[in-house]
Design a protein around this ligand. Structure first.
Ligand SMILES: Cc1cc2nc3c(=O)[nH]c(=O)nc-3n(C[C@H](O)[C@H](O)[C@H](O)COP(=O)(O)OP(=O)(O)OC[C@H]3O[C@@H](n4cnc5c(N)ncnc54)[C@H](O)[C@@H]3O)c2cc1C
Length: 567
């Protein structure tokens, strides 16, 4: 897209519809409208900072956050940060970043109170005494999770979105896909700028999904809040947007990716293709439900004598796979009807699960629920510190796309909404401080000198931005053949499910690495010939994130947490 080009008004969407101009410069560009992105955008805007907030979805609610059911960690009776730390570390299988764990346990509940309870008034469920209803989930030592029925993510997302929509400092654009990060080592047309030792992220190329125009957007700080990677697996609880774009873009730009082999599989997704692997929340097992096989044997005691049905997710998922393989069954059952011990009637406590199951003829108050494991949460991602800073200057990553090390080898239930919220909040504070420290009373020349000595503070160098070219399309052929794209997605999803899934071996991983490499070679060629569109970018990113995960998994021979090697 060249500056000032006009667009047919009937095609106006995304950036064009927002009135944004090509080569616009924002203090903050936030990519993603889940809990992480909305929190950062809101906190930044409240501090008077202009934000461009984009999502590739047509509805900003269309993200994993919206589908979160069980709840978000707050604080239980007789609870303490130390107890939460112990639970998270136990789930993390010995490789959590202790600093991140302590940070979440100490700061997280305070941010829930400040933002979600006092500021947003999220309608969380109350108990009969009129207090927040606290529930328990797998591997938590106390009841400390607050929820809004079984649609917690819905309540949080809508509350945040309503506030963000009314923030004058936020420009929000839907159907806008970030396709590449702009960096000082890769993009300046003037080579002098590329000699700077520190690589900085200075914005992104953004694709308008409807017009296929690519806009150059500059930002002093770019925040990746692009969520998980579930869609690279055949069975996944994630929305169709969870492809790992953020991880891939950060990787290409030179940021460090960590713990990519740790993909958490949720043990209990509804075993029905029509139901799109609707998640059957852990809260059901927290409130009594037990797993059994077709023969009616309640099997979890065999695999985890102490925690039984409330064992960490990886143990439960492998137990289910073992039962399915041994008994040649396509799924197992979750028995809620016979064991429910919650305060409210089942229909009130789990209305959405009841509805989803009813659509396939299952009455959860009477029938056992057929369940299978599905790819659910990415414990790895773009390496960040407790402010959300990545190893690439001026690039932040928050929420599921990041790897703070909080989850280590496996995630404790209901920590991820809290992580997105807490890191979203502190990333905004970090950016605010850095922008403020860059706008000192020193002359612009002195500020520039300081900022080149201490890169990453204040605003980016406008002279350098001027030399960054607009997107140069690699190809121009209209080769977006849905059959080709579908077949390549089938290859990615089957390869990941069968070879880089719940149980991994060296031979399977070797095959996966080779197959993804071969597909990558073909797709790179395809990408360079094709005119750019969202489906093509997503396919390209899906293959790249699959390769990142498969390579991390083959390099790590140690079974730990969600990464299980049977060799
Ligand atoms: C079914 C389900 C139930 C869950 N239940 C719970 C629970 O009870 N408690 C809990 O703590 N966690 C739960 N989780 C996990 C939790 O919901 C997620 O980890 C969390 O919501 C992720 O938030 P996020 O902001 O990082 O990403 P998301 O909410 O997934 O948002 C990602 C955003 O990035 C956008 N995006 C992605 N790529 C691009 C791009 N290239 N350009 C522009 N936009 C882009 C997407 O469109 C979307 O707006 C659940 C997850 C699922 C799927």
């Amino acid at each position: 897209m060249t500056a000032g080009a006009t667009i047919d008004p009937s095609l106006r969407s995304g950036l064009a519809r927002t009135g944004l101009r090509n080569r616009e410069h924002y203090p903050a560009l936030v990519i993603g409208t889940g809990i992480a992105g909305l929190t950062t955008a809101f906190v930044l805007a409240s501090a008077g900072i202009r934000v461009l907030l984009v999502t590739k979805a047509s509805d900003p609610k269309d993200c994993n956050t919206f589908w979160a059911q069980g709840g978000i960690i707050y604080q239980g009776e007789n609870d303490s940060p130390a107890k939460l730390v112990a639970d998270i570390l136990r789930a993390g299988a010995g490789i959590s970043n202790e600093e991140a764990v302590h940070f979440l346990a100490n700061e997280g509940p305070r941010v829930v109170k400040e933002l979600l309870l006092d500021e947003m008034h999220v309608p969380f469920s109350m108990n009969l005494e009129g207090e927040l209803d606290l529930t328990q989930e797998g591997a938590h030592s106390v009841s400390r999770i607050i929820h809004a029925g079984d649609a917690t993510g819905h309540a949080i997302e809508v509350s945040l979105l309503n506030r963000v929509k009314n923030e004058p400092n936020i420009t929000m654009a839907t159907e806008v896909t970030a396709i590449d990060l702009l960096t000082t080592h890769h993009h300046p047309g003037d080579i002098q700028f590329r000699y700077r030792l520190t690589n900085e992220c200075v914005g992104a190329y953004l694709l308008d999904n409807r017009t296929n125009d690519v806009f150059t957007v500059f930002a002093d700080y770019t925040i990746l809040a692009t969520g998980g990677i579930g869609q690279v697996y055949l069975h996944s609880t994630n929305t169709r947007h969870a492809i790992g774009d953020g991880v891939v873009m950060a990787h290409r730009a030179g940021a460090r990716i960590m713990n990519a082999e740790y993909v958490q599989f949720h043990p209990t997704a509804l075993a029905d293709k029509k139901a799109n692997h609707f998640l059957i929340s852990e809260a059901l097992r927290g409130e009594g439900a037990r797993l059994r096989n077709k023969r009616g044997e309640y099997f979890m005691e065999k695999y985890s004598p102490d925690l039984k049905d409330l064992a960490p997710r990886d143990i439960v998922a492998r137990a289910i796979v073992e039962e399915m393989t041994t008994n040649k069954e396509e799924h197992v059952y979750l028995d809620l009807a016979n064991f429910y011990n919650g305060h409210q009637p089942i229909a009130e406590r789990f209305p959405n699960i009841k509805k989803a199951c009813a659509e396939i003829g299952i009455d959860i108050e009477r029938d056992p629920i057929p369940v299978v494991p599905a790819a659910h949460y990415f414990c790895g991602g773009v390496l960040v510190n407790t402010s959300g800073e990545t190893t690439l200057s001026r690039l932040y990553a928050i929420g599921e796309t990041s790897c703070s090390g909080l989850h280590g080898g496996n995630r404790l239930a209901s920590t991820s909404l809290l992580e997105g919220l807490t890191w979203g909040y502190y990333a905004a504070h970090s950016i605010r401080e850095r922008l403020a420290s860059g706008s000192s009373s020193a002359s612009p020349a002195v500020q520039r000198a300081l900022s080149s000595r201490a890169p990453g503070r204040g605003e980016v160098d406008p002279a350098m931005l001027g030399t960054i070219p607009d997107w140069r399309p690699a190809g121009s052929q209209n080769v977006e053949d849905p059959a080709l794209i579908l077949q390549d997605w089938t290859t990615i999803q089957n390869t990941m499910w069968n070879y880089v899934g719940i149980v991994r071996t060296y031979e399977r991983l070797k095959r996966a690495v080779a197959d993804m490499r071969q597909l990558g070679t073909r797709l790179t060629k395809f990408y360079h010939e094709a005119a750019i569109t969202k489906p093509i970018v997503e396919l390209f990113h899906g293959q790249q994130v699959a390769a990142i995960v498969a390579n991390a998994a083959i390099r790590n021979p140690v079974s730990r947490g969600a990464h299980f090697r049977r060799d």
